[in-house]
Write a protein that binds this ligand. Structure first.
Ligand code: ATP
Length: 431
């Protein structure tokens, strides 16, 4: 974990927010490479969950919602974690995360914990100029409620029949008792969620489908099979809205832990919103002339947590000709930079041609142009941030209008005509 955190910091992928003021401990900033990586993960999720399917539509709902939403959804009442405080060192912990419920993991004292009290995880703020009870609003702790309250609108305007899903990616906020492990658990994070609406008698079937489909997505993007597993929740551990939940877990440096949750939310949310708002949230099945509340299956993945997993899983150290090589074997679809253009040396003849090559590729691929330092060092800089291809412009290029393309994982080199470079990269980067 330290290796990844250091790589992230050294290369400006992820680093603590407001660092010049000592950081906020639970929020992180994504630098140039991190921002690209995060965008690429989100894009690949959207492509496969929305664009490639005709049964899922997208949504982008507001972070601030009417406070009644959280009353109806049950979050005000039950979205809390058990908090205990050590009377000796005054550190606070989440009781259900303690390895030994009797021993403080900070000071090692036994029997010093206070009784657990339920701590609500929602951030509260005020809307408008007056700070009174009537103006309290919450930062959403999940994006799901936007999709529930907008369900009738989206269903009508997109003219979808069941089964169909609504998908969204967006920020969520939880006042976690113990944030930690870099971006694994933060107080501000991003979610990628689908609410999949179906006839009540198809709920179990779609739950099974989404469990498998989401596991397929992680594997498709290269997460190693042995590092992924399902964890079915016991009935007594289920959230207040859930009839069944499976986590997809990843083998982090500290062991298997949650990466994504797939929950069978039944008709809980739609019903609660109808009761609370007085508005009709049912679906009308024209063929059978029936009106009912659909059941819902929800795959909910953390985008920021996904970024950590893709980094952890792709990180490799190997020895090449007696030297250590660090290589991030991340799927080319996710790689922050697709192509690095490297003139063999900084030279008045090579640089203009190399810049021309870079300009022609930039329209299609995220490129980086780098002409400082020895070529070997520049290759290594690209390897450790997962750039799939390096294009080297050398003195022969001035004669033969061709460049050397080096592939990240195999380090194999190909001589490619500049006129064919775009097509060459296209077949390999879009594969
Ligand atoms: P936990 O019990 O560990 O607090 P949860 O079961 O409440 O988490 P879900 O509500 O299922 O989490 O959230 C769905 C997904 O959102 C998680 O699988 C995770 O990827 C992500 N997630 C949840 N909380 C956080 C957080 N504080 N920081 C980063 N990602 C998070």
């Amino acid at each position: 974990m330290d290796t990844i955190v250091n790589l992230c910091k050294r290369r400006g992928i992820v680093f603590p927010s407001s660092e010049i003021y000592g950081g906020l401990r639970s929020t992180w900033d994504y630098g140039p490479l991190g921002a690209e990586l995060k965008r690429n993960i989100a894009a690949e999720w959207w492509r496969q969950m929305v664009q490639y399917r005709d049964d899922v539509v997208g949504l982008d709902s507001a972070i601030l919602m009417a406070p009644q939403v959280w009353q109806a959804s049950g979050h005000l009442e039950t979205f809390h974690d058990p908090l205990v405080e050590c009377r000796n060192c005054n550190n606070r912990f989440r009781a259900d995360h303690l390895k030994d419920p009797n021993t403080c993991p900070n000071c090692g004292q036994k029997g010093t914990f206070t009784d657990a009290r339920q701590f609500n995880l929602m951030f509260k703020t005020y809307m408008g100029p007056v700070e009174d009870d009537a103006s309290v609003v919450y930062l959403r702790p999940e994006t799901a409620q936007g999709m529930f309250v907008d369900f009738p609108h989206v269903q009508r305007t997109s003219r979808r029949k069941l089964p169909f899903g609504i998908a969204q990616i967006g920020k969520a906020f939880r006042n976690e008792i113990t944030p930690g492990n870099q971006i694994f658990r933060t107080r501000e994070f991003e979610l990628m969620e689908v609410e999949y609406f179906c006839p009540p008698d198809e709920g179990q079937q779609w739950f099974d489908y989404w469990r498998a489909e989401r596991m397929r997505w992680w594997r498709d993007l290269g997460v190693r099979e042995e590092n992924l597993r399902f964890h079915d929740h016991a009935k007594e551990d289920l959230s207040h809205y859930s009839a069944a939940t499976t986590d997809i877990e990843y083998n982090y440096p500290w062991g298997f832990d949650e990466l994504e949750g797939v929950a069978y939310r039944t008709d809980f949310d739609l019903k609660r919103h109808q009761e609370a708002s007085g508005e009709d949230t049912t679906y009308y099945d024209q063929e059978n002339e029936q009106r009912f509340h659909p059941h819902v299956v929800e795959p909910a993945a953390g985008l920021t947590r996904a970024l950590l997993v893709f980094l952890l899983d792709a990180y490799h150290e190997e020895e090449v000709r007696g030297e250590k090589r660090v290589v991030l074997r991340v799927d080319p679809r996710l790689a922050p930079t697709k192509v690095a253009i490297l003139p063999l040396s900084k030279n008045p003849e090579l640089s203009p041609l190399a810049r021309k090559v870079a300009e022609s590729l930039r329209r299609r691929w995220m490129c980086e142009y780098d002409e400082t330092q020895a070529i070997g060092r520049r290759y290594r800089r690209q390897d450790e941030v997962g750039t799939p291809f390096c294009v080297t412009v050398d003195f022969d290029s001035l004669q033969d209008d061709a460049v050397t393309v080096r592939e990240r994982d195999s380090m194999a080199q190909d001589r490619v005509a500049i006129s064919e470079l775009d097509a060459y990269l296209g077949t390999r980067l879009l594969a």
